[in-house]
Design a protein around this ligand. Structure first.
Ligand code: PEP
Ligand code: MN
Length: 286
């Protein structure tokens, strides 16, 4: 008995008996990140820089996003960069900064893990582990994070179908970790005016097929700072359980993804608008 999530090609394995399937578990899964719960009526906002660059950068950004209403801090210490000559992240030094600023601000932190050999180390500093788009089909990594006792933020592969995305999450659940948040972050299409094509139809589709919380990344989904607010509001209207957004205290000086990073004031303005959208659909942003 197999369902086909939305196309006419032969299914490759997502079935109603999959652990991620809503047929297996009709009620929504709540993912708990140090008491912040994703998958309930609150729309959970995750914000922070693409990459951790310095204590000052992280602290200034974290304090501002917290004041605006962000509930979780993001920041990469290990960055998957297209060019090996670009800034690769601060590594464990960056993780220490994340942990320290998490303690100072009280915001839990999410950061990317790229390698099976680093899962334990990253899990020692972070409250949630991110598996990035480029690693959505890194099956050994999915299995390894499935063994760890921290929530996982799984980003959709830039070339992955909804079915492949759900099967990637299935790898994690199969190892006993059901604390998985799915993140739509844009896919590659023929369109080049945006960095990626943000597939907002994936939000209702994923929520229809699965019980896992679904969040949206309008920063990578567009690549354009000015477009982030429109797509963030659209994502909340479409039923996303949260947003992850890149914010930088000096976007024009960012070492990574400055073009798509909101300034501190743009972020706080957007939060006011997002609260209105959430309220209009019977949800809330705290
Ligand atoms: C990121 O969150 O900074 C990132 C690299 O995202 P993605 O894996 O979606 O490209
Ligand atoms: Mn980024």
């Amino acid at each position: 008995m197999e369902t086909n999530p939305g196309n006419n090609t032969a299914t490759i394995g997502f079935s109603i008996s999959s652990k991620v399937s809503r047929k297996t578990k009709p009620d929504d899964t709540i993912v708990d990140i140090c008491g912040i719960k994703a998958g309930r009526s609150e729309v959970v906002i995750i914000a922070g820089p693409c990459a951790v660059e310095s204590r000052e950068q992280l602290f200034e950004t974290a304090t501002a996003v917290k004041n605006g209403g962000a509930r979780i801090l993001r920041g990469g210490a290990f960055k998957p960069r297209s060019s090996p000559y670009n800034f690769q992240g601060l590594g464990e030094d960056g993780l220490r900064m994340l942990r320290d600023i998490s303690r100072e601000t009280g915001l839990p932190v999410v950061t990317e893990v790229m390698d099976t050999r680093q899962v334990e180390m990253v899990a020692g500093y972070a409250d949630m582990l991110q598996v990035g788009s480029r690693n959505m089909q890194n099956y050994p990594l999915l299995k390894e994070v499935g063994l760890c006792r921290k929530p996982i933020l799984l980003k959709r592969g830039m070339m992955a179908t909804v079915e492949e995305f759900l099967l990637a999450a299935e790898y994690i659940l199969n190892q006993g970790n059901n604390q998985v948040i799915l993140c739509e972050r844009g896919i590659r299409t023929f369109e080049t005016s945006t960095r990626n094509t943000l597939d907002l139809s994936a939000v209702p589709m994923l929520k229809h097929l699965s019980h896992l919380p679904v969040i949206v990344d309008p920063s990578h989904g567009t690549g354009l700072r000015w477009m982030v607010p429109a797509m963030a509001k659209a994502a909340v209207a479409a039923g996303a359980d949260g947003l992850i957004m890149e914010v930088h205290y000096k976007p024009e000086e960012a070492l990574c993804d400055g073009r798509q990073s909101l300034s501190l004031s743009e972020f706080s303005q957007l939060m006011i608008d997002l609260r209105r959208v959430a309220r209009a659909i019977g949800r809330e942003i705290l």
